[in-house]
Design a protein around this ligand. Structure first.
Ligand SMILES: *Cc1c(COP(=O)(O)O)cnc(C)c1O
Length: 419
């Protein structure tokens, strides 16, 4: 290769496309944020930096920005930049799972700290709050109606964090983030929102007053059910210092390969979130119209009790890809329904391109005592669905067929005098 050829190729690469800026819209940011061209080869897609260590030219003088992969890695940086752009945050930090993200945030609190949380948190979050945080002297109070009683539950000088999950799992109840944040902020308390169910495409909690937004990247952000990962995004420099210290000190970090995969997944988030919403809306409307269904929980329906919050907090009032419903015929009908769907796979998790169905009372929420579970609306006949990006008409037909099959048996139960 002649020196002039090298010079020419370098000259071409020295004028990379301008990075996206906040005035760009979501799709442009999703495709281009953190997606730098490789400065030496011009590769449009970043290589996977598997190296755990980076050469130094002198003692304490690394060649570039990197020394050791736990502290920082190019693929993790790229992914974090992309999430920060999509969540309207200055910073984002990636972790080895959504649960590791939660754990790291809780570990940033001093012993003796108090947290107020919504009752309907993700099961693993509830487990960490009650079984792990308590061992480190951090105590959590749960509230079923946090908008109303957060003020009452705040303990002067002790409460450091308010934890919100909206929509809730699996009943899709919504919390008005702005309402809770304005009360918390009057007391100097930080607000965390778990935004896993909506994804940054549909809801940006920092815009509604939250201080930290967290995701299980495992779900919508990666979107292909093949990566376990988490992320937290925020604007405060003090949080950046504290949480990146803990990210490195605790070391619950994702691999470069997982960061690369999740970054690839994130580039199509807007397409997937729109399609999943379209599909869930079609399925929710079909369920609501069916005489075999008792009730439907979906924030995209006008019948949803907090529809006004969805209109205020979600992009275009979108409902997302998750819904749940109570089937007529009890637990047996719910179980039969999940076994009778052909496109919806019976499995835990959510947010992937493929549709999933489950019965929370016997699967994801089986660990919660019945009384507590039913108080939150999680009855034995509740079915939870994650709508993927298949065709809406196929999903609707699959659901209606499975309903009929499950209900036929229910009718014969009734004929046998069991109803
Ligand atoms: C899955 C999930 C988590 C936990 O994330 P992992 O990546 O499985 O550790 C936290 N919050 C919500 C809402 C989730 O759905």
């Amino acid at each position: 290769m002649s020196p002039s050829h090298l010079q020419n190729s370098n000259a071409a690469i020295d004028t990379p496309p301008r990075p996206p800026t906040p005035e760009h819209r979501f799709g442009t940011l999703a495709v281009h944020s953190g997606a730098h061209h490789d400065p030496t080869t011009g590769a449009v897609i970043a290589p996977i930096s598997l190296s755990t260590t980076f050469a130094q030219t002198g003692v304490g003088k690394p060649v570039g920005a990197y020394e050791y992969t736990r502290s920082a890695n190019p693929n993790r940086d790229n992914f974090e930049q992309a999430v920060a752009a999509l969540e309207h945050a200055k910073y984002a930090l990636a972790f080895s799972s959504g649960s590791a993200t939660t754990a790291t945030i809780l570990q940033s609190l001093a012993a003796g700290s108090h947290v107020v949380s919504v009752s309907d948190v993700y099961g693993g979050t509830h487990r960490y709050f009650t079984k792990v945080a308590a061992a480190h002297g951090v105590h959590v109070t749960f509230s079923p109606c946090i908008e109303v009683d957060v003020e009452e539950l705040i303990r002067p000088n002790e409460t450091k964090l308010v934890w919100i999950e909206t929509p809730s799992n699996p009943t899709l109840g919504l919390v008005d983030i702005r309402k809770v944040a304005s009360i918390a902020h009057q007391h100097g308390i930080l607000v965390v929102v778990d935004n896993t169910f909506m994804s940054p495409y549909i809801q940006n909690p920092l815009d509604h007053g939250a201080d930290i937004v967290v995701h299980s990247v495992t779900k919508y952000i990666n979107g292909h059910s093949d990566v376990l990962m988490g992320v937290a995004a925020f604007n405060s420099d003090a949080l950046k210092e504290r949480l990146s210290f803990l990210q490195n000190a605790i070391g619950a970090v994702p691999s470069p390969f997982d960061c690369w995969l999740a970054h690839r997944g994130l580039k199509t988030l807007h397409l997937r979130a729109r399609e999943a919403t379209r599909n869930a809306t079609t399925v929710a409307e079909a369920l609501e119209a069916s005489p075999l269904v008792q009730s439907v929980n979906y924030p995209g329906l006008n019948s949803h009790p907090q529809r006004a919050v969805a209109l205020k907090q979600h992009r275009d009032g979108m409902g997302g890809g998750m819904l749940s419903f109570r089937i007529k015929g009890g637990q047996e009908a719910a179980e039969r329904f999940c076994q009778n769907t052909r496109i919806f796979t019976l499995a835990e998790s959510l947010g992937g391109i493929e549709s999933l169905v489950e019965v929370p009372s016997s699967m994801t929420h089986a660990g919660i005592p019945r009384e507590q579970r039913e108080a939150a609306g999680v009855f034995d006949d509740l079915v939870r669905m994650s709508c993927g990006i298949e065709d809406a008409d196929d999903l609707k037909a699959d659901v209606l067929r499975a309903l009929e099959k499950s209900a036929i048996t229910s009718k014969s139960d009734a004929a046998n005098g069991q109803a």
